[in-house]
Every structure is written in C-alpha cells, then in structure tokens.
Design a protein around this ligand. Structure first.
Ligand code: ADP
Ligand code: MG
Length: 893
C-alpha cells in the first residue's frame, strides 16, 4: 500500500471517546465495533463521517472537509454525503478500495410521526445501529455491480502439509447471485486460482503474499475448528452432514464457513440465499496460470480494458446472467470430452433453426436478471422491482421454453442438456401466477412509495385503501362546499406538510374569515391565509390512519411474497436454464455462418486446426483487411513446431490463435476454423517475449526466465506450450543458447505439444537432432527491396532476419538504413569467411537438412541475378526478349 492511501481501512489513531457529546459517544461505540470501516453515520438526510474517516473520504470523493463541534478542545473534522446520492459516493469509495459501515437511525424521529398526537420529547440521540457493511466482495446493488461479471468474495485457509508449503482450501461466494463454490489447491496453484476467479475481495492470512491481488485482501478472521465448521455449514444448509454436497477438505470447509460468516456479518446477520457449496475438482478444468491468462487477453485485455478480449469477440449473449455464464466457461475450460460434447451438442442443434434462435433472442433480451434480484431480496434489500424482475423473468423463461420446444434442429434427437433446460424453464408457474396477481403493473422504485400491490389481491389492504381514498374524495368535494359556504370562489383545500389539510384563501379575504367560530386560523403570509376546520382535522386523521394501515399491510404482503419467492427452490435452476439458453443461443449465432466450426475434442493426441483465425486480431483488423487463416498440425511424430520469421510477420498472432482455439474448444464453444480436431489439453502455457510485454512495465529478463522455469517445471505430455521469443531480453549468444536448451527440453524431456516462435532463425538447424521438430516460417516477399508480409505459415525456415527491411518500413531515416545494410553485409561476410563465431553450432552437424522444403522466399542464383542486371527491357526487340527469356529459363532450371 502506498503512502497516498494511509487510511484505506479507516481511522488509525482514533481520539478517545472521553467527554464526547451523546451523539458522538454513539459514533465512538459504533466505530469501535467496526474499526476497519469508514463509518457512514446517519444524521437526518445525510450520512456524515468524522475524524480520520472524514479526512480520508473527503479526499477520495473530492468533497468539502468541514468541522462540527469540538472534541478534546479540537474541532472535529467532518464531511457528509446526501442519503439520496449515497450510491454514487459509495461506488467511488468501493472502487478505491475502501470498506464502509452504514449506521442508520433505528427509530423514526418524532417530527416525522404525524397524526399520532403528542409524542413524549425524545431524550438524547436517536438509537443507531450498523445495518450493513459494504465491501467489494459483498455487493448486491446493481449500481455497484457490473452486470455481465461475477463479483466474488474469496476465503483462503492454509492446511499445513508435512512437505513444507501449505495446501490451500478456498471458498468463494457471489452474494449477488448466490453462487457458492470451493476448491483445494497447492501453494504453487494458488496463483492460477486467483487469476481464474479474479475475486473482488479476498479473506486471506496476512503472511501469504497474494502478488497483484494483495490490494484486494481483507484480514481474515481466524477460522473455527474444521469439525465445528462442518457442523455449522451443514446446519445452515439444513442437511445432516456436509457430505451431502461432496467431499471437502478441512481447509476447504473452514474457508467456506469463513466466507459465509463474513457475508452474514456484512449483511448485519441476515443470511443471503446461497446455493449449497459445490466442491470444484481441479482436474476437471484446463490449467491456466496467471501469465497465460494475461498473455491471452481472455476476459480482460492487458491494458485493463474489456474491448479487445476473447470474451468480447465471442459474446453474443443478450442477458447479464448469460454473459456471466459465458465468461465463467472461458475462465475455466473443461478437460472431459463428454462434458465438452454435451455443450457443443446444444448449439450445434440450435444453429440449424436460425428463425427460432432469433425469436429466442428477442425473448431473452427483455428477460431481467433473476439471480441478482434474488440476491437482493434474500438479504432484505429487495425492492418492488426485484419482485417484478422475478415475475417477468419467469414469464420470459416460459416463453423461451415454448420456443425452444418447437425447434426442430438437425435430424437428430434433442441433446440431453436441452431436455433438462426445457424442464427447468417450465418451473415456477405457481410463483409466477401469484406475483402476477399480486403486483401492480407499474411498480414504484421503493416500497415506501406505495402502490406495489395490485388492487383486488388482498382484502385488508383494499379496505384500508378505500377508507383512505374515500376520505380524500370527501375532502375534494368539500372544497366546493366551503367555497359556497364562505362565499369565496378562489378557496382551495390543500395538504400542508406541517398543518395537514387546510383551507387556503387570499390574504385579503382571510381577515374576513378570522372572526368565524367554525374556522381556526392557522397561518398567514403576505398573500395567503390558512384555516383549519374540525371536519378537515378529523378527515385528515382518518386519512393518515388509513394510509398508515395500508402501508403496514402492504409491507406485510410484500414480505410474504418475498418469503414465498425465496422458498421456491426451483427458481435458481430456472434462472440457470435461462442463462444457459442464452449462452447456447449466443454460440449458435456465432456458428451460424460457415466461419466457426464445431471441433472434435477427444482423448487422442491430435492437434489439427484447418484454416484457423485469431478472432480478436481479426475483429480488430476491420472489414478492409482480410485476415490470413492458417492451419496448424502437431502430430505425435511432429509434436513441436519451430516457427521462424521476421518481426511483424505474424508469429505471435499465430501462436496465440492456436492457444485460443484450445480454450474455445475445451470451453465447449465454436472455434474460428474450417475444421478442428483436438486431443484434450490438461494445461496450457502461453508466454509472450519480453519485448512484447513492455507495456506492462515488467519486461525484465528475470520475469521471462521465471515464467520459462514455471513451464519447464509444470508442463507434461498432455500440455500445450506456446512460447514466443524466448531469450530475447539478453545478449544474442545468451539468448540463443537459452532458446536452444528450452526447445530441446520441450521436445525431448517434457514431450508436450509445443509451438516455439523465435527470430533466431539459426535454431532451424536443430531439426537434424530433434526428430519430432517441424520447421515452419512466416512467408514474406521481397518486393522492390521492400518486405511484404503475407501472414502465411509455410513449412521451412527463414533464411535471414529482415530486420533492416522492417526498420525501413517503420520509417527509420534512409541514411541509417543504408548504413545498417552495408554493415550487415560486412558482418555476414566475416561470419561465413572467418572461424565459426557460435561455438554452439560446432556440435550441430553441418550438412544441409535432408529434405529441402520450400520456404517463404525463393533464393535467386547469382548467375541469374547477373544476367538479369545485363538486360534492359526498354532496349530489347520482341525477338531479343524471347531469346533472353529462354536463356534465363535455362539458368534457372
Ligand atoms: P510477430 O510476432 O511476427 O512480430 P505479430 O503476430 O505481432 O507479428 O503480427 C503483427 C501484425 O500483423 C498484427 O498486429 C496484425 O495486424 C498483423 N497480422 C498478424 N497475423 C495476421 C494474419 N494472419 N492476417 C492478417 N494480419 C495479420
Ligand atoms: Mg511477436
């Protein structure tokens, strides 16, 4: 943490509460209970912050820091935000890493209690209590959440292992949707898990470094014993034993309880609706370490943006829940071919009926976010529109069900997963009907605004409302009566905040009425006079009483409906089915054209991509430029591909497109290729060279080597490794030697499938000693001394570097380019004439590769070059030209 944010967790050196005013004494007590939080202290229409909280918040929010009263002879620093605008301020504070405790008044101030006669004068401040802790990992409000992204709270507990480094138990909760999952992992795998989950807040022991996630850490409470944790969790989910949900390690169990307890505390004791904890088996998902995720721009690009990412390119979902599900598929691709095929079967089946798929899109587009509405309702923060969201969400699910049932996709029978979706989408009909009857068509934003429950649903509510409205009608009719009785046509009956219902007349006539016995003068201004009558006061009291009864009854009916909805255990499955339908539809639309295919994924060792593309680069190229598709084939006999070629030729793009194809295929999604056959990959490693990583400001050679070490230590025969420009961040000989050794290790020791891109074209000689190495290069053409990139992968190897050409292309001034090319010629001459400058090559056999594969550039024999130089086309007769052509052909063939 930097010096600029010294008080992110609230007041550090708090003044002592001695001698505080009663309200401030209350503040001290609440702050004492929540020392790590900024205390939002409710004062009337404001939340106010004091002492260090005020200083920190004022600077974070850029609002005025003032003072209120004094404490210990010093003014108390204070700032405040209006209650009505609190969401916006909270969201800024949360984004800057603060956590906030909200203290509300827990009784109504007397001034707001109308029509209750005299209230005993309140002594001392109103009672206040912290009703909610707002932390990055426990948000439910739509204003504070990104719709298409999960918001996870992660708890980590170390389980000491005999072999030194601890094993970890992890549990994560998305309180806004109720998702609750657990996993265990080794210390080395913890980074993978963090990168995969990208949690908003992490409860972790202070001694474990979380790297770039350290800023999201919240000190974790010491967990209780595993046995107590098992018992308490089982109790929370109403089962006799936690085993009902799967097998959990001790650390996993304590982490789960820690997460639940934290969530409960943040909701001031209310237990949100959570799915039962689901243990995730690690071997079921494709291993992707943090560096790989970062290099592939899966959900977030390296610049932190979301636009140029794999997710953004394949996302065609139309609901927030669908987007979250698609993101979770990409973040955790599968390894089990059967599960992958089950997903594929769904969209493959749907894509044959584009008309109905489009109808589905229309239905889903207006479907509200059931999960997040349920999340808010379950912590007692639900508003009328959340119930409305359930009503409309279920209705949309039923429509989707009908549409989906009508689809006759390909000839085959419906995929099993679709059958299940069809069943789940039909559920909750009774709840829907109930909500449909109960809720008004137009719902107010807040329950207090009234008019939530439709007329005719609840008899008692209707009675109160009728009483209230009848009295109002009587009052309305009184206006004409009074006008006549007092002979004043401009007389009005108005409701006044302090006075209740009053007669209002112009000041001039007001004086005339003052003497009347049946009118009580209440107030006069320069232009108006206000009077009350006994009749009006009585009606006023009746209206207030009836309105209060109606409001109370409405709250009761609302609460009953909420309870009913939370009780419906089919609703989460229905919401999931809606999200799944959306993802399937999104995939079907992606695969509707001919450019995305359904890959064959099995247990084999195949790696065959035909005419594959990099979806993100392709999308970024725009419509004017064609993306050159490239195939990739790694067979057991040629498991490792060495890709040479100059800078800018398309090596990195090719490398990553193959890695992305694996992710898409194993996530069960369409692949941007004509066809694809992949044997499942257990771990995928993708590294970009130091040179490409400069933007992240971590281009050090050390980082590159650490990442290389990670690959060499972890990759196995089922892994896919794509490495780019290894050994670039150091001197040429150093770098070449390292690249050489790594390539040998990948090929001969790890025996993984690998694509190795390098600008060291010298490495091509290794094919002689490495039988499973295939040589490929990026085709380039020399056109009038300019380098032209064809972006085509061809077999063979680059014969030269083209660095000088690229320099020219980039606009390096001509004299410098000329000088460089003369120097290069000089160096190359020395290199071939003198003794071998690279001792490494002494070991390598010096003969030419046996098979002379075609390469990207065709060498021109010197004799031909000379002959060509002698010819001046402008000087030749047609006959001489023909003769010259014959002569040239003779030399060339
Ligand atoms: P290298 O790694 O060889 O230096 P890159 O993969 O970074 O080259 O590609 C450089 C640029 O070339 C990319 O940003 C992209 O604009 C373009 N490019 C790469 N591959 C292709 C392709 N297959 N089709 C069209 N343009 C491509
Ligand atoms: Mg590159």
């Amino acid at each position: 943490m930097t010096d600029e944010q010294p008080t992110r967790t609230g007041a550090s050196k708090r003044p002592s509460p001695e001698g505080a005013s009663p309200a401030m004494a209350q503040w001290f007590a609440l702050k004492n209970e929540n020392p790590e939080f900024l205390l939002f202290f409710r004062m009337g229409d404001f939340y106010e912050l004091f002492f260090d909280d005020a200083t920190a918040a004022a600077s974070a929010l850029d609002i005025a820091l003032t003072a209120r009263g004094s404490h210990g002879g010093e003014p108390i620093p204070m700032c405040g935000v209006p209650v009505g605008a609190a969401q916006a301020y909270l969201s800024r504070l949360i984004r800057r890493g603060f956590r906030v405790a909200v203290a509300e008044q827990t009784a109504t101030p007397p001034s707001k209690m109308k029509g209750k006669g005299k209230v005993a004068a309140q002594k001392g401040p109103l009672p206040r209590a912290v009703v909610r802790l707002i932390t990055p990992g426990t948000l439910t409000e739509d204003e504070l959440l990104e719709p298409g992204r999960s918001n996870l709270l992660l708890a980590l507990v170390a389980e000491p292992s005999r072999r030194g480094l601890p094993e970890w138990g992890a549990a994560w909760i998305d309180i806004s949707t109720g998702q609750f999952e657990t996993a265990r992992c080794t210390d080395a795998e913890l980074g993978h898990l963090l990168a995969r989950l990208d949690p908003a807040e992490i409860l972790a022991p202070p001694d474990r470094d979380l790297g770039e996630y350290d800023l999201r850490r919240t000190p974790g409470e010491p967990p209780s014993s595993p046995d107590t944790a098992r018992a308490r969790l089982a109790e929370s989910f109403h089962v006799a034993s936690l085993d009902a949900f799967g097998t959990f390690s001790d650390a996993e169990t304590t982490a789960a309880l820690m997460a639940v307890d934290y969530v409960k505390r943040s909701q001031a004791g209310a237990m949100p609706r959570l799915t039962p904890p689901m243990p995730q088996e690690d071997q079921d998902t494709l291993g992707l370490d943090p560096a790989t995720r970062a290099s592939l721009d899966l959900l977030r690009a390296r610049d932190g943006g979301t636009e140029h990412t794999l997710f953004a390119t394949v996302n065609r979902t139309s609901t927030a829940a669908g987007a979250r599900m698609l993101a979770s598929w990409i973040a955790a691709p599968l390894t089990n071919p059967a599960r992958i095929a089950a997903r594929q079967a769904c969209w493959d089946w749907l894509r044959h009926d584009s008309v109905r798929a489009e109808n589905l899109r229309t239905i889903l587009r207006s479907a509200p976010d059931i999960d997040r509405a349920l999340g808010r309702l379950s912590v007692g923060r639900g508003q009328p529109r959340d119930l409305g969201a359930l009503r409309d969400g279920i209705a949309a699910a039923h429509l989707a069900d009908t549409e989906l049932a009508r689809i006759n996709g390909s000839e085959e029978k419906r995929p099993d997963l679709i059958e299940r979706v069809l069943e789940d989408l039909q559920e909750c009909a009774a709840l829907h009907d109930e909500l449909n009857d109960a809720l008004a068509d137009e719902l107010p934003a807040r329950l207090e605004d009234g008019g939530v429950i439709a007329a005719g649903y609840d008899e008692e509510l209707d009675t109160h409302r009728t009483l209230r409205d009848d009295s109002r009608r009587i009052i309305a009719s009184l206006q004409a009566d009074y006008g006549e009785r007092f002979g004043i046509t401009s007389l009005k009956i108005r409701h006044h905040a302090q006075l209740g219902y009053v007669i209002e007349v112009p000041a001039a006539v007001g004086t005339r009425l003052r003497s009347r016995e049946d009118l009580q003068f209440r107030q006069g201004t320069a232009s108006l006079a206000r009077f009350a009558t006994e009749e009006l006061s009585e009606l006023d009291a009746e209206i207030t009483a009836a309105a209060e009864c109606a409001a109370t009854r409405e709250r009761q009916v609302f609460a009953a409906l909420v309870a009913r909805a939370l009780d419906d255990d089919k609703l989460p499955a229905l919401a999931r089915a809606v999200a799944l339908t959306d993802v399937i539809r999104s995939c079907a639309s992606l695969a509707a054209g001919e450019t995305w295919c359904r890959p064959v994924v099995d247990e084999s060792e195949a790696f065959e991509l035909v005419a594959c593309r990099h979806p993100v680069v392709e999308a970024a190229l725009g419509s004017g430029v064609r993306f050159a598709a490239n195939s990739c084939s790694l067979s057991p006999e040629k498991r490792v591909m060495l890709l040479t070629g100059p800078n800018m030729a398309g090596k990195s793009t090719f490398l990553r497109q193959n890695a992305l194809a694996v992710i898409l295929a194993q996530a069960g999604l369409p692949v941007p290729a004509t066809s694809a056959h992949l044997g499942t990959v257990d771990r995928l490693f993708s590294r970009v060279g130091a040179a490409d990583d400069l933007a992240r400001g971590r281009s050090t050679f050390m980082v590159e080597m650490t990442e290389t070490a990670a690959i060499l230590n972890q990759a196995g025969p089922r892994s896919l490794v794509v490495v780019d420009e290894i050994g670039r961040g150091t001197s040429t000989l150093d770098g070449l030697s390292i690249a050489w050794a790594v390539l040998e290790a990948l090929h001969s020791n790890l025996r993984c499938r690998a694509i190795f891109a390098t600008h060291f074209h010298e490495l091509a000689r290794l094919t002689e000693s490495l039988p499973r190495l295939s040589l490929h290069t990026m085709a380039v053409r020399d056109w009038k001394g300019q380098v032209v990139f064809l972006h085509e992968v061809v077999s063979g190897s680059a014969k030269r570097s083209w660095g000088v050409h690229v320099a020219k292309l980039a606009g390096v001034p001509a004299p410098v380019v000329d000088r460089a090319s003369r120097l290069l010629k000089e160096l190359e001459r020395e290199h071939t004439a003198g003794p071998q400058p690279l001792p490494l090559f002494d070991a390598a056999p010096s003969s030419q590769p046996a098979h002379n594969e075609p390469s990207g550039e065709v060498p021109i024999p010197d004799e031909l070059r000379e002959k060509l130089a002698d010819i001046d086309p402008d000087d030749l007769s047609p006959r001489e030209a023909l003769a010259a052509l014959y002569a040239l052909k003779k030399i060339a063939t």
